[in-house]
Design a protein around this ligand. Structure first.
Ligand code: ARG
Length: 589
């Protein structure tokens, strides 16, 4: 369906042309003075220079041409030469009715050229519990993915597990200290290894931090861990079997955690999956003359003329021949291109890794790992801070485990929900979980991703203001009115959205009509915050309309049915939006 702004612009462009002016001056924008008009066109101001006349001479003529146009209720030419536009309620109602008839997509046309877009998000590290630092990547990545899917693209989410590196050697070393008798450590063993892991997730989570702490104090221990890492990476069977167990145990725990966040991945690939691609990739970089030795290390220069800050060379192999985080990310691009031929890869990672990704992207481009037209995009996010403005910590000052944070907010929400009315324990818990998730996700997504934000539990869980619970509350309110209506009557066959009868109704309709253009731009700018802004404005407009309008007490059947259609559309718009943000609304709350 055509975007409403385009439809309006088209009429205004025609009017400019009918009067002998260039159509380019007819571009319409949303009004920045909503008290005066709904849309505006400032083109006459610019056109006046070309046609050497007073701007209002042009805007007067254009306004005159538009005055009988059924799209508008009012077209005012205002000195010095602005065009102030108000939509005709009949036209607006017709536009919304067309949206409503397309109940799946509400008139938001799928993109013409669907692309394959891989999205690298989550980025958890095996054997380390998820902490709040991983929260943003999961929340933002999931939403960007869903928005892309809604627009008709093939979106492939890859969790890109951190499963390669010293942490594995540390775990193996600590395990060996504790249970040296395990078959995995027997060097000349040739047989099969047990199916069952020799540890639980609880043990694993306790082993890693302890090993990590020990390695910082004890050089010999660290040496052992490095040796174990080396042997693991060079094919020692027992260690690889252990890695398999570590992965299984860890991944099933991670999946459970992500599920609680309503986050899921198409691919569960990890850094280790990239390793087999390293030797050939490195060889090719050397053969093609891109990689050279600098201070013993193998590097690819990636600086460019126009750089204002220094971009250091991308290191491919350390002087001892070991690969790095870089190498893994580059080799990951190799298999992604080979197996999925993505048109674009988006990385949702902490913005402090921006320079690093600049190096990786340039290196991938220069050495031909991607096609010239493949887009590599870094979507860096800011830090989640506590109320003190410093990175979010537990009360004791430690790193907050994601699970505990979610539990805490679930609990808080449960208290709020059961505070002033009685609900069954089970339903209450379920509702609390849904509302809590909306609080966490909306609190994050309503900010521009690149900015830091303050995680304020009290504010995020509030039912008032720009919060997830407020949005859900609005949806639940609409659902409850619809249910009450349906309990008494069924919608007459001829029911449709009718021209607005009040200011608040029209304001609501104007908000709804922005749906398709908002979704397109949220996708184009990888900006879930635009979806949040839309549903916040929409919720406000709805609640205002609701307070001023007697819906269930309306006497005129057709008018009432028109309201119901409008409510249904509002509900649908809100629900599509929260779905792409990655949360759901309960039936009651
Ligand atoms: N595992 C990393 C971390 O915890 C994030 C991975 C980001 N993605 C990537 N392709 N490098 O910091």
């Amino acid at each position: 369906m055509e975007k409403i702004l385009d439809a309006i612009s088209r009429e205004v462009v025609n009017a400019f042309q009918d009067n002998g002016y260039d159509g380019k001056y007819g571009k319409v924008t949303l009004s920045n003075r909503p008290d005066l008009c709904e849309y505006q066109c400032n083109g006459a101001m610019a056109a006046a220079k070309e046609y050497k006349c007073a701007p209002f001479m042009i805007s007067d003529k254009v306004a005159d041409s538009l005055k009988d146009n059924p799209m508008f209720e009012a077209v005012d030419s205002v000195k010095p030469g602005f065009l102030n536009l108000k939509l005709h309620p009949g036209y607006l109602a017709g536009y919304l009715q067309e949206m409503a008839e397309d109940s799946e997509r509400l008139g938001c046309t799928k993109c013409e050229n669907p692309r394959t877009i891989m999205i690298d998000y989550g980025g958890p590290n095996v054997a380390k519990p998820l902490h709040v630092g991983h929260l943003r990547s999961a929340i933002i990545g999931e939403s960007v993915k869903r928005i892309g899917k809604f627009m008709g693209h093939t979106m492939i989410g890859d969790v890109h597990l951190g499963d390669w590196g010293l942490q594995m050697g540390l775990i193996i070393t600590e395990l060996k200290e504790r249970k040296p008798e395990l078959i995995y450590f027997k060097e000349d063993y040739e047989g099969e290894y047990p199916q069952e892991a020799p540890f639980t997730i609880g043990e694993l989570e306790e082993i890693y931090p302890m090993a990590s702490a020990k390695s910082k104090e004890d050089d010999d221990y660290k040496e052992m861990a490095m040796q174990a890492t080396y042997e693991l990476q060079h094919g020692r069977k027992g260690y690889q079997a252990l890695l398999g167990h570590i992965l299984d145990v860890s991944v099933s725990d991670l999946k459970r955690n992500y599920e609680n966040l309503n986050v899921s991945f198409e691919l569960w690939k990890g850094e280790s999956d990239a390793q087999p691609f390293i030797p050939d990739m490195v060889q090719k970089m050397k053969d093609d003359g891109y990689a050279h030795i600098s201070e013993g290390a193998l590097v690819v220069d990636v600086k460019e003329e126009s750089d204002t800050k220094e971009v250091p060379p991308c290191m491919i192999l350390k002087s001892d021949g070991a690969s790095l985080y870089n190498t893994t990310d580059l080799a990951t691009i190799v298999w992604r291109m080979r197996d999925y031929q993505p048109d674009e890869i988006i990385y949702v990672v902490d913005k402090r890794q921006e320079l690093y990704f600049t190096q990786v992207f340039r290196c991938a481009r220069k050495t031909g790992l991607v096609k010239p037209e493949t887009e590599l995009k870094f979507l860096g996010f800011g830090t989640m801070n506590g109320k003190d403005g410093k990175p979010f910590k537990t009360r004791e000052g430690g790193v907050m485990r994601l699970e505990y944070l979610v539990d805490e907010i679930n609990e808080e929400m449960y208290k709020k929900i059961t505070d002033n009315h009685t609900v069954e324990e089970e339903e209450g818990r379920k509702t609390a979980k849904m509302v809590a998730l909306s609080a966490i996700k909306y609190g994050d997504l309503s900010n521009q991703a690149s900015k830091d934000y303050i995680f304020d539990v009290d504010r995020f869980t509030s039912f008032e203001g720009n919060t997830g619970p407020y949005i859900l509350y609005t949806i639940v309110r609409i659902k409850s009115i619809l249910k009450k209506y349906q309990a008494k009557k069924s919608l007459p066959e001829m029911a449709k959205i009718l021209p607005a009868q009040s200011q608040s109704e029209k304001a609501l309709m104007l908000e709804i009509s922005k749906f398709n253009s908002m979704m397109e731009s949220a996708f184009a700018d990888t900006a879930p915050h635009k979806v949040c802004a839309y549903i916040y404005d929409l919720s406000n407009a709805f609640n205002h309309f609701y307070h001023e309008t007697k819906i269930l007490a309306e006497q005129d059947e057709m008018v009432q049915a028109g309201y119901i259609c409008l409510l249904e559309l509002t509900r649908r718009a809100l629900e599509i939006c929260i779905d792409v943000l990655g949360f759901e609304a309960p039936e009651r709350m």
